[in-house]
Structures are given as C-alpha cells and as structure tokens.
Write a protein that binds this ligand. Structure first.
Ligand SMILES: [Zn+2]
Length: 311
C-alpha cells in the first residue's frame, strides 16, 4: 500500500491537479480554468470541486495537499500576500481550501517556482542533492534554491526573486519599472523584447520578416542559425550566465536545474554556453563540481504534490 498526495498548481489561466505517489508517478490529473475575474470565492469553489473530482478517484490514502501559487506566498500562514497575475491581495489559500474540503490532512502552500524546485528534489533531477538552484524559464523567469537541505525563503519570502534584479541599469525597461531585469532577456517576454530591439539591425534575417513572430519561431530560428535569433539568444545566454555565476558565487550549489517550457526548449543550445561562461566568470573552486541538468518534473501539479513530502 502506497500513499498519494494531491498537488494543485494555480496559474493565471488554469488550475492543474494531480494525484501523485511518492515516486512521482501521476495517478490522476485534471485541469480547470482559473477565471480570476469571477472573484476569490468563485475560484476557490471551483478549485474545491476540481479537487473533489480528483480525490474521488484515489484508490489509496491521501497524506496531504500541496499547492503552488504565483505571487508572494507566506508558506507559514498559507496566504498569498500579493499576486499580479491573479489580482489577489492577502488571500488565505490554505484556509479557503481546507474549509471547503474539510479533510483531516495537511495543506502546504508555496510559491509555484519553489514547488517546482521541491518537485525536482523529491522525485526529479535533484534527488539526493543538498545544494541546488532551480531555474524556471517560461513566459517569465522564476528561481528557487535548496541549500544545506533547506528551501531558501528569505525574510519576505522573496529569496531567489532574481528575475527582477537589474543586471544593467541602462538595459531594457521592464514592466516592473526597473531597467535591465534578467527576465527582460531570458524568458518568453525577454526573447520577444530582444526581437523588437534587434530586428531592425538584421534586415537579411528570415526571422526578421516573419509576421507575428512567436517565441517558438525565435527558438526554431536559433537552432537553425539565423543571425537575428543568435543575437537575441547570445544576449539571453549572457544574462543567464551572469545570473548563474552570481548564484554560484553566493550559494555554492552543486547543480543548476533548467526547467520551464522555454528552458527545456533552449536547453541543448544554452548548455555549452552556460558551462563555458560560468568557468570564465567564477573561481575554479566555485565551478569545479557544478553541473547543469534539465528538469524532469514537467507536470507543475506534481511538483506541488511533492511539497507534502518535503516540507
Ligand atoms: Zn523587472
């Protein structure tokens, strides 16, 4: 007899559910739209319905519920203090869910990127690792870190919020108001901003003349060697290398895990650049034992379920 955890990943457009066992195997999954404009109560009513739908299919005992949410999350109180994506301020995720489900199991809430990091720790690329950094490269850039077998949280639960640290005070303007944020280079938003900046300088690039260019177009052109895509990609790789070098210098991890849809798509292209770049930017003692790996837990709700076992 094994046991199962329910993972819930709250996104801006959808909520994903997964019933997962201790080895990371997903037994049941389910998705519903988030529809945050309907208000907090309506979202939690539907979330509880979705959870019940999944829990009814459980053929083994449920040991807990793990929830990943965007925004600033207080994991001690289970409150989402603020989320731009969801339009939430001080929403008690843990208590709202616990009250509706009335189940006598722990409910653990963390930032979604931290849930992703814990997922890798429990049943992914970071199994057995005491020191690692997780990078989720998607529409934005999220990061989490486990050091000395502890998930880093920080005073305001904002540890590893590196996507919005300026790497260049004269750099690209970010919607957060700062210039040169890492997210403005190495993320979906960043690649598209790079396309807008660089396209006028590459009139001969096929990519420059493609209508309605998407992130996928840029990635495909990068692997095809398009000069415009290379200019965008090199800039992104340089910023990601800088972020990785800072993290290596500060945290001394043994492993960087690259995840997120875009991170996985770019992985083969980025890897040699990151490996070379980090060697030229840090001391041998800092990078000698450092490795990069691709994320293995691709279902965000499975990462959330892992919270039950690790924290
Ligand atoms: Zn920013």
């Amino acid at each position: 007899m094994t046991s199962l955890a329910l993972g819930v990943d709250i996104g801006g457009t959808k909520i994903a559910f997964a019933l997962v066992d201790r080895s990371g195997h997903v037994h049941v999954d389910h998705r519903i739209p988030t529809l945050p404009a309907e208000g907090v109560s309506a979202v939690f009513d539907r979330m509880a319905d979705g959870a019940r739908t999944v829990l009814r299919q459980a053929d083994q005992p449920i040991v807990g519920i793990g929830v990943g949410s965007p925004g600033i999350i207080n994991p001690v109180s289970g409150v989402c203090q603020h989320s731009v994506n969801l339009g939430w301020t001080d929403v008690p995720i843990r208590d709202e869910l616990r009250r509706r489900l009335a189940l006598d199991v722990p409910v653990v809430v963390h930032h979604d990127t931290n849930a992703g990091a814990v997922g890798e720790w429990v049943f992914g690329a970071a199994r057995g690792e005491a020191h690692f950094v997780y990078l989720a490269i998607g529409t934005g850039l999220g990061m989490g870190a486990v050091i000395e077998n502890r998930l880093l949280l920080g005073r305001n639960f904002m540890a590893m919020e590196f996507g919005h640290v300026s790497l260049d005070p004269n750099g690209r303007l970010c919607p957060c108001g700062t210039r040169g944020c890492g997210e403005m280079y190495i993320s979906g938003v960043g690649l598209l901003a790079g396309f807008r900046d660089h396209a006028p300088h590459f009139p001969d690039s096929p990519l420059a003349h493609q209508p309605d260019t998407t992130v996928n177009d840029i990635v495909a052109a990068l692997y095809a060697g398009d000069p415009l895509a290379l200019a965008i990609g090199n800039e992104a790789a340089d910023k990601l290398t800088a972020i990785s070098a800072y993290c290596a210098g500060i945290l001394s991890p043994g492993l960087f895990i690259i995840g997120g849809g875009l991170g996985l798509a770019l992985y083969d292209w980025l890897l040699p650049r990151l490996e070379d770049g980090i060697r030229t930017r840090t001391l041998p003692g800092t990078h000698d034992h450092l490795r990069f790996a691709r994320s293995q837990v691709t279902a965000s709700a499975a990462g959330a379920a892992a919270l039950v076992w690790q924290l």
